[in-house]
Design a protein around this ligand. Structure first.
Ligand code: C2O
Ligand code: CU
Length: 485
């Protein structure tokens, strides 16, 4: 049987049965890529929290990671780890991060969710060339933006609320492979409003980056570069949390704050705890992409599309000590496990009914624009029938104005806007959905849906990106410039 047959419907059914993945949900984008290395056993690795960045320098370099038992994985990393170091900054205090590129190829750094001037936003052709670069060998006749060699300092004003942001590679046409190889990390913004709340903190605050990967026999990441069969998105058969397969973490019977980030290229998760605590509503959502909600929202299930963040509090005190609580993907399999211990100090944390002053609804929009996300006959992904071309703005909003943007899809697309967070105002001409609360920068659209958002363009003029965050779609041209004037 050739590989095509293995991955065809019949073969995939066997694969799916064997792995416990249900890959036939029609709305699910992407195609399963199987590992050639033996799959690790779940719940053997201990969860690791990524280190906090000390100083202000990040070196992009290759490193050998220990992900699978007995094998090493050569990865592209920020400072030698995957996820990269967590950058922690303070609202209102500018943060400057200097990236040095010791890889063999050009990179671009984007702070996802950052309210960032265009020059530091990681425009996809603002390349950071390797220290050793002599030419732009891999880029042929692609246009070039603001190019730096060796190192670049990205300065972020941080005039934004406390939120769970993340940084990742954003190079033109190569974001999927670069992120897959390891170029992703958290960037947490803190502020006084949030500090004043009695939320779980310290060891009880866990940033959790969820990704899926497939592995080659030698332990390296397996990615089907240039294989048209995967233009719909690459799905791996191993779920990593903070870079380790299906890890386990011991928790006290107490509240924990989980900052969930789906950093997968294409996989969506429907997360649940198994078992559910008595009475359900295990996830108390306190924040979304753009920081705290006005009031908590309780969920049994969280649907998390690529690039979305859900900031939730889970009270493991609702379980009997000794319970092993799996975090599972209802559409896939296991994600990780929390083992509830009997001990630990007490719990003086809480989730107040009022979390944040919020900002209220935005003033009425001065205009409405429609963006259609669909696939062309040649297989390329497009916005308003156009493949991405740097320098061609599909919209020119004016600084300070509020606009209503309408997104319409043919297929499942998580849609991301740079520069400003937005509010979802409607979904399929009805109320926003259960996962649309608060300030968002990425909104998940299933096939044939229409979502309207309200956004105010503030503080910075210049050119920014609107794109699908299925990274295979993004690389296959589902991206557009908009220029704030
Ligand atoms: Cu997370 Cu334009 O990206
Ligand atoms: Cu898409």
């Amino acid at each position: 049987m050739n590989r095509r047959a293995v991955l065809g419907i019949g073969g995939a059914a066997l694969v799916a049965a064997g792995l416990g993945w249900s890959i036939f949900e029609p709305k699910r984008p992407g195609k399963l890529l199987r590992s050639r290395a033996p799959l690790p056993k779940p719940f053997e690795a201990r969860l690791v929290v990524p280190p906090v960045l000390q100083g202000d320098q990040i070196v992009q370099r290759e490193a050998e990671l220990r992900i699978l038992p007995g094998l090493t994985t050569r990865a592209w990393t920020y400072n030698g780890s995957f996820p990269g170091p967590t950058v922690v900054s303070r609202s209102g205090r500018p943060a400057a991060v200097t990236h040095r590129n010791q890889l063999s190829e050009a990179t671009v750094v984007h702070l996802h969710g950052g309210h960032t001037p265009a020059a530091a936003d990681g425009y996809p052709i603002d390349y950071l060339l390797p220290e050793t670069a002599t030419t732009m060998a891999h880029h042929g006749d692609m246009p070039m933006g603001d190019v730096a060699k060796g190192s670049r300092t990205y300065t972020y004003p941080m005039a934004q609320r406390a939120a769970t942001l993340w940084y990742h590679d954003h190079r033109m046409g190569f974001t999927g492979p670069a992120v897959y190889r390891g170029l992703a990390g958290f960037h947490l913004v803190r502020d006084d409003e949030e500090d004043a709340l009695p939320l779980p903190r310290g060891e009880r605050e866990l940033p959790l980056m969820i990704t899926d990967r497939a592995f080659e026999e030698d332990g390296s990441f397996r990615y089907p570069e240039g294989d048209d069969e995967y233009m719909n998105g690459v799905l791996g058969d191993v779920v990593l949390v903070n870079g380790l397969p299906w890890p386990v973490h011991e928790v006290d019977p107490a509240r924990y704050r989980l900052r969930l980030l789906n950093a997968s290229n294409a996989r969506r998760y429907r997360l649940e705890l198994d078992p559910q605590p008595p009475g359900g509503r295990a996830f108390v959502q306190i924040g979304s992409d753009g920081g705290l909600l006005e009031k908590p929202v309780r969920h049994d299930t969280l649907e998390v599309a690529p690039a979305e963040r859900f900031d939730v509090v889970v009270d493991f005190g609702r379980y009997r000590p000794g319970t092993r609580v799996r975090l599972v993907d209802r559409d896939g399999g296991d994600v990780m496990r929390f083992d509830v211990t009997g001990g630990g100090r007490g719990d003086d944390s809480g989730v107040p009914d009022r979390l944040s002053a919020g900002a209220g609804p935005l003033p009425p929009a001065v205009r409405t624009r429609t963006f259609r996300f669909n696939r062309a006959a040649n297989g390329m992904w497009r916005i308003n029938d156009l493949e991405y071309r740097p320098g061609r703005a599909l919209a020119r909003p004016r600084l300070g104005e509020v606009e209503r943007w309408r997104f319409v899809t043919d297929f499942h697309h998580p849609i991301h806007l740079h520069l400003n967070h937005f509010q979802v105002v409607s979904r399929n001409a009805a109320e926003p959905g259960p996962y649309d609360s608060g300030w968002k920068d990425t909104v998940d659209l299933r096939a044939s849906e229409a979502v309207e958002i309200a956004v105010r363009f503030t503080d910075y003029t210049g050119t920014f990106m609107l794109h699908c965050h299925n990274l295979e779609h993004e690389d296959m041209a589902m991206m557009a410039d908009f220029t704030v004037e």
